[in-house]
Design a binder for this molecule. Structure first.
Ligand SMILES: [Zn+2]
Length: 229
């Protein structure tokens, strides 16, 4: 009897662990979610990639736009509502320069275990600020920290919105440029964080990536353009 109880307890613990492990995998998966469309790269033979910048806008926008301009590069900016509220003129500059703007929520909180009402508010308030800046194209979405489980993908699929993640994240590597060089392939989506960069390193990395990939014949287009190839 005692052995039977021990066996049942062990099975129960095993199942709970498995459920947690699956939820953790799902929450962090870059190429898969339960509901709705998700893109983390695009299959193509053309030498094109999409640079994506998360967070902001901040006063770094001028420097980022100037660099992109130097390389005739178009990029995609996933902006935070509260940052747009504080820097409306920076959002407008991005729109006027012809780049793509995406929604990265209003408060940049993890969209895990949040109510549908909260998710709706986060997304619609941010959409509104993007529209106020004059952006007229379809607005893609990227979750803060790339994290999603059930509620967020459900909301997005119900509203016909696509989730954009990435397949290249230089911040995870020690030698970021070498990592990009090794991982790059046509149709890649690269994630960078230059908006709060106080050291200047992320901007420098952006320039090095622009230089390196241009020398390899790549051009830089928006996520939308990549998907429409
Ligand atoms: Zn972010």
């Amino acid at each position: 009897m005692k052995r039977k109880i021990t066996l049942i307890v062990c099975c129960f613990i095993g199942i709970v662990c498995l459920l947690f492990a699956s939820a953790y995998y799902l929450m962090n998966a870059r190429s898969f979610q339960i509901f709705g469309g998700l893109t983390n790269q695009v299959e193509t033979d053309e030498l094109v990639v999409a640079l994506t910048f998360d967070d902001g806008p901040t006063e770094k926008v001028d420097a980022i736009l100037a660099l992109l301009d130097d390389y005739q590069a178009k990029a995609t900016f996933f902006l935070i509502g509260k940052d747009m509220k504080n820097n409306p003129q920076q959002t407008r500059k991005i729109v006027e320069a012809g780049h793509q703007i995406g929604n990265h929520t209003f408060s940049h909180e993890r969209m895990i275990f949040q109510s549908q009402q909260f998710i709706k508010q986060e997304i619609t308030k941010t959409d509104q600020l993007i529209r106020e800046a004059g952006y007229q194209e379809e607005i893609d979405f990227r979750p803060p920290f790339g994290k999603k489980l059930f509620g967020l993908p459900y909301y997005l699929s119900k509203h016909d919105r696509e989730t954009i993640t990435w397949n290249i994240e230089p911040d995870t590597a020690e030698d970021k440029l070498a990592y990009v060089q090794e991982k790059i392939e046509p149709g890649s989506i690269i994630l960078l964080h230059p908006m709060y960069d106080q050291s200047g390193e992320e901007l420098q990395l952006l320039e090095e990536i622009l230089q390196l990939l241009t020398s390899q014949g790549y051009s830089f287009i928006t996520v939308d353009e990549l998907q429409n190839l």
